[in-house]
Ligand binder design. Structure first.
Ligand code: NAD
Length: 458
């Protein structure tokens, strides 16, 4: 299956817009039916999605179930359970001077949403925003990443068979196709990927005053002090870092700690990696692959930026890089200048908590920050003095699955958020509806001219 022809793209957008205009997507029953169909699709075609993810990223079936397919099913169940209450208008009060009147906040769909997805969780990150867009009553076009072609093609094949083609469309392709899409007018654009393209999306959106959600990346720091059990901390850090071979937007990027802490943490990380993946990770089906040759070349260029406590081995043909922990990494090293997005974990020494906080604050605001400390004062300082999309104590990455936590970045790591009700609101307009009877007429005596002294007093 090839890419969507660029010539067809304006017609596809016009088609779903026409359906939105006719009210196809508005009824709660339609939304519910689409979400249920998507749920059934994920259950019925689970094995095919697993196979596609294996082909694109070497993901194990279990990891795909946990982080992509199962994640989406949980998100769908949550949306289906709460849809009725999310849709309901909210009554609000009005000030005395406006009374008698009734005021409501009505959550209406925006119109046609565009979802542009990346390659690293190519199923989950394509469909999770679509759940929010449909729940909120929008028509939607989704553009999967061309860098995960097996998953992208499967989405493009099966989604239109199951969902309402009048209002939901899949466009496949790379830069030319996405550029053609971005020339069209949308009512919301939801982009997940890197900041360079995020800027292209924001510029194109500005042309039509289209609101955007930008889910970007960054270097998410980990801080470990001597108040926590090191082996447990190491296992959790290694789990979040080496899942999907480090190609996770909220993966720990690097670890900050004192010399004494890092001296203990280094060997504990080596042990944790062996416990999770064994020593022969090249042969281990639980351990993923690097997505492209270009990413492989970029990552292997960083392997010499510190002393490898474990890992460093790699194989270009298999696009395999062993889980690598680098000790003694300087703050100026190349690996500390860009988001790593691969299985390399630098350990960077700090003199104390102030030094760690100062280092993080001096850099771009990350998508997440992870603090391992039981010291109340230290935890408070991380919360008060740093800014990041999320801040987790004691566990990296798991905020992703808490439906009521907004998921998103700040500053360079993005704008806007989603998951659970936040997804619904992202794709909704909250319309103010005020209704005031014409009698009794109280306004003439208060806010209408002629203005006299006693009106000022009001
Ligand atoms: P990618 O290369 O797949 O690009 C993302 C999308 O942008 C694709 O659909 C692609 O076709 C499109 N695109 C690429 N170049 C374009 C251009 N010139 N014009 C228009 N569209 C274009 O994925 P990526 O950007 O390499 O993804 C990795 C990045 O995404 C990392 O920085 C990661 O941290 C971030 N990320 C963030 C989240 C999050 O939820 N915040 C999740 C996953 C990944």
């Amino acid at each position: 299956m090839g890419y969507t022809s660029v010539d067809r793209i304006p017609g596809i957008v016009a088609g779903v817009r026409h359906s939105f205009g006719r009210g196809v997507t508005r009824p709660e029953a339609w939304r519910r039916d689409q979400l249920e169909r998507m749920r059934a699709l994920l259950l019925e075609r689970g094995a095919d999605f697993e196979a596609a993810l294996k082909q694109d990223l070497g993901k194990s079936g279990t990891e795909s179930q946990l982080t992509e397919i199962g994640f989406l099913i949980a998100e769908l169940d949550h949306a289906l359970a709460h849809l009725g209450s999310w849709i309901r208008p909210r009554r609000v009060g009005v000030p005395l001077a406006v009374q008698p009147a009734a005021a409501r906040v009505v959550r209406e769909p925006l119109g046609v949403a565009l979802v542009i997805a990346p390659w690293n969780y190519p199923l989950m990150l394509a469909l999770s925003p679509v759940i929010g867009a449909i729940a909120a009553g929008n028509a939607v076009i989704v553009k999967p990443s061309e860098l995960a072609p097996a998953t992208g093609e499967l989405i493009a094949t099966v989604l239109p068979d199951v969902l309402d083609r009048r209002a939901v469309a899949v466009v496949t392709g790379g830069v030319p196709e996405t550029t053609a899409l971005l020339a069209e007018r949308f009512d919301h654009i939801f982009y997940t990927g890197n900041g360079r393209v995020g800027r292209i999306v924001a510029r194109a959106a500005a042309e039509h005053l289209t609101p955007v959600t930008l889910e970007l990346g960054g270097k998410s720091p980990v801080y470990v002090d001597d108040t926590v059990p090191i082996a447990e901390a190491a296992r959790r850090i290694a789990w979040a870092k080496f899942m999907n071979a480090g190609q996770t937007c909220i993966a720990p990027d690097y670890v900050l700690g004192s010399r004494a802490v890092l001296r203990r943490l280094g060997p504990a990380l080596v042990e944790a990696i062996q416990e999770l993946y064994g020593t022969a990770t090249r042969e281990n089906p639980d351990y993923g692959r690097i997505i492209t040759d270009a990413q492989f070349a970029r990552l292997t260029g960083h392997l010499g930026d510190g002393e490898a406590l474990t890992g460093g081995e790699h194989d270009a043909g298999a696009r395999w890089i062993a889980p690598t922990v680098l000790a003694g990494v300087s703050r100026e090293a190349g690996v500390m200048q860009e988001e790593i997005f691969g299985p390399i974990l630098p350990l960077v020494e700090v003199s104390d908590l102030d030094d760690a906080l100062g280092f993080v604050v001096s850099r771009d605001k990350p998508l997440a920050a992870y603090v391992f400390s039981t010291d109340r004062a230290a935890r408070d300082r991380w919360e008060r003095e740093t800014s990041s999309g999320a801040l987790n104590f004691g566990i990296p990455a798991l905020h992703l699955v808490a439906h009521d936590l907004p998921f998103g970045g700040v500053g360079e790591s993005g704008m806007g958020a989603y998951h659970g009700e936040r997804s619904f609101l992202t794709f909704s307009h909250e319309k103010a509806v005020l209704s005031k009877p014409l009698r009794p007429e109280t306004l003439a005596a208060t806010i209408m001219p002629p203005f006299t002294k006693n009106k000022e007093a009001l």
